[in-house]
Structure formats: C-alpha cells, structure tokens
Design a protein around this ligand. Structure first.
Ligand code: C2E
Ligand code: MG
Ligand code: MG
Ligand code: MG
Length: 291
C-alpha cells in the first residue's frame, strides 16, 4: 500500500492495518500449530553454586524458531502466547518437556533440579496445581526436582490470590523463586507473606556491579534482605569473574550467566554435566526430603 506524498516525492510503503492484523493472526496460528506439534524447544542454562562452583540445576528457557521468520525472541513469544490465549498450553508443554529432560539426566545426576518460568496467566489458571502435581507424579520426580520462577510484577496484581496459589504449590514441596527481583514496583511487605524460597537478583544490578557503587549497594541489600527472611539468592546475568567475586563476597549463594554457560540445547546438557562438577548432596534436598 503506497502513500503518495506529492509528485516526485518518496513513496512510503506502509502495511495497512488489515495487513498487520492478518500477519498477526497468521503468527498466532503458526504458534498454535507449533505447540500442537511440539515444535517449541527448550534451552537449559546451568545454575552454579558460587561457593563450590558446582552445578545445582538448570533454568529451562523456551525457544521457537518460526519456519519463515526464524528465531522469535522469548519475550515476544511469551507476549504473543499470552495475547493469543496459548500461554497455558505452551506452559504445559514447557513444564512437561523440562521434567522429561531432567528425568534423562537424573540417573547420573540425581540431585539436579530444573527451574521453569511461569507467566502470571499460568499462575492464575485453575488447573496449574493439578497439572504440576500430575507431571511430577507421572514421571516419579521428587518435588525438589522442580523450581518455579515467578516475576515480581506478576504477583502484585492480587497479592492475596497469588499467596493462596503459591501456598498450594508450596504444599507440593516445590520450591518457588521470585525472578528479576528488584525490577518491579512492588512494596517489600509482600515478601513476608509469600511462601518463596529464593530471590533471583535481576541482571540489571549485576551488569555493572563494582565494590561500593549503587548496584553493589542494591545487590547487598537484596542479599541481606533475603537472608534475614531465610531465603537463598541467585544472581542472574553473570558474565565476569569479577562479578562472581563480588557477589560471593556478599554471600550470594548461586549464580547464572554466560560466564558459566549460555543456555544449552538439551542434547548438549549431558556433555556439559560430564565436564563440570555437579553437586552430589544438597542440604536443601535433604531438608526437602527425597521422595
Ligand atoms: P529470565 O527468566 O529472567 O531469563 C534470563 C534471560 O537472561 C534469558 O533470556 C537468558 O538467555 C538471558 N541470560 C542468561 N545469562 C545471561 C548473561 O550472562 N548475559 C545476558 N545478557 N543475558 C543472559 P531469554 O532466554 O531470552 O528469556 C527471556 C525471558 O523470557 C526470561 O527471562 C523469561 O522471563 C521469559 N521466558 C523464557 N522462557 C520462558 C518460558 O518457558 N515461560 C515463560 N512464562 N517465560 C519464559
Ligand atoms: Mg527466569
Ligand atoms: Mg530472570
Ligand atoms: Mg531477567
């Protein structure tokens, strides 16, 4: 559709509203098909103990390669899935795939866990609890094998409802983590109310951390806050040894980032595990009780 800006002027081609809508619908249809055909994949990024350097688990990160458009960024993919009403079925696929992959690694590495991101729509979906329970049961995975990541913003819309849902997940003995901690707009008071085990410090505070700068003070405050509430801390987006040193010094237990490894395709995970040391006995696991 061309818009003529006067004789001799440049002709601008803009997609009409109808074209934009049609393309969007096509993309939604493509996503739906991809979910039905299990054509989404997962990458796994190791989570490492900053004390012992041992791998304790992996975060599952969804990947979609569109047949024509190529790689779709996960943030965009999640938005698309939420808008199209596909996030619940996509989330089911992610959860069950992640647990199935973990099952393959478990014989050799029984104490690993997999950490799965949940969107707020999934969290509010009435079937979530039953579904999580079902996945663990059908694969005979103990609850410490699964950690669920929820972002702060997602929790705040209805804190009482969120608390209730998280309590139900907690009753299954699954560990819960607040993702991207520090980036939301929420008050801290909800932390005493939510049954979470771990805070994940957002990458934005890790990126430029230097002893004594503002990010350092924020990270320190988050870590101290977490510890005083009995929570553990994971720092995300660690790219340098210097960041590790600082965060470990502050008492941050775990880290994740390109320094240790980028997200890996599932077939690379075993290889990776065989080259690194993996936690053999976690006190956490003992506390949670191995089913
Ligand atoms: P997130 O949960 O905070 O995941 C961490 C993101 O940081 C991932 O991006 C990861 O690839 C990236 N990352 C890891 N280490 C580094 C590092 O050292 N440096 C930098 N610059 N980046 C690093 P990714 O995979 O693009 O995912 C983006 C977001 O999409 C995730 O943020 C999460 O909120 C969402 N997401 C991904 N997979 C899923 C899923 O299965 N379900 C839901 N609901 N959300 C998902
Ligand atoms: Mg996450
Ligand atoms: Mg995060
Ligand atoms: Mg983040």
């Amino acid at each position: 559709y061309a818009k003529q800006k006067g004789r001799g002027a440049t002709v601008f081609y803009e997609p009409s509203m109808a074209t934009v809508v049609a393309e969007h619908l096509q993309l939604e249809a493509d996503l739906q098909r991809a979910i039905e055909r299990h054509q989404l994949s997962l990458n796994y990024q190791p989570i490492v103990s900053l004390k012992t350097q041992q791998i304790v688990g992996f975060e599952a990160l969804v990947r979609w390669s569109h047949p024509q458009r190529g790689f779709v960024s996960p943030i965009q993919l999640i938005k698309l899935a939420e808008k199209a009403g596909l996030i619940v079925s996509m989330g089911q696929l992610v959860l069950s795939q992640a647990c199935q992959h973990l099952l393959q690694w478990k014989p050799q590495f029984p104490n690993l866990y997999v950490s799965v991101n949940l969107s707020e729509i999934q969290l509010r979906h009435p079937n979530l609890i039953a579904e999580v329970e079902q996945v663990l049961k059908s694969l005979q995975l103990p609850p410490f094998s699964l950690k669920l990541e929820i972002t702060e913003s997602n929790l705040m819309e209805n804190i009482n409802h969120a608390t209730e849902l998280l309590e139900q997940l907690k009753a299954l003995k699954i560990r819960l983590l607040i993702d991207d901690f520090g980036t939301g707009y929420s008050s801290l008071s909800y932390l005493q109310q939510l049954p979470v085990d771990t805070l994940k410090i957002d990458r934005s505070f890790v990126q430029n951390i230097q002893v004594g700068n503002k990010d350092f003070e924020i990270a320190k405050t988050i870590i101290n806050l977490a510890h005083s509430l009995g929570l553990e801390v994971v720092a995300e987006g660690i790219e340098t040894g210097h960041q590790v040193e600082i965060l470990a010094q502050l008492g941050c237990e775990f880290g994740q980032g390109y320094l240790f490894s980028p997200p890996l395709v599932d077939t690379e995970v075993m290889n990776f595990l065989n080259q690194y040391s993996v936690r053999e006995q976690g006190t956490e696991n003992r506390e949670q009780g191995i089913a």
